[in-house]
Design a protein around this ligand. Sequence first.
Ligand SMILES: [Zn+2]
Length: 169
Amino acid sequence: MTASRYRYRYVGPEELRALARPGRGGRALRGPEDLREAEAGEVFTYVVDLDGVMRLAPRRSEHVVCAGGEPVLGAGEISFRPAGTGSWAVAEVGNLSTGYCPDLASWSAVATALDRAGIRRPDGFTEPVVFRWCPGCGQAQVVRDAHFVCVFCDADLPPEWNGGLTGSQ
Ligand SMILES: [Zn+2]
């Protein structure tokens, strides 16, 4: 199974990529001590960087900025809840990032990053998002209710994640 090893390239608007600063991405989540009590329930933008470390930024942040402009192993939104003294657990986590459009297979990188940080987690995304690119018109989109038809041109969307269609982007 190689899907978990996908590196997701940024596929969003160039003007947002221009805001990213290499080496100045979101703050690393390396252990429970990196979360503050006041942040319980707060929704963060996250990426999993190429070293497998989860990086957090305030919710309205662009994923590409959180990633310092780099490709990622995963991206989405996440929130945490206290789980006993000094411990944290994931409250909700998903892969909603229109900048990277990560496959559901990015979960393994997300899970590994959380395990390394000692954060308790669910067995999968609680808020999964299915991204596809239309082979007809090329538009990236979110598939809703397992309806694999392009919302722009009615072409059929493939059953498998097809980020490869973004080519050189
Ligand atoms: Zn289409």
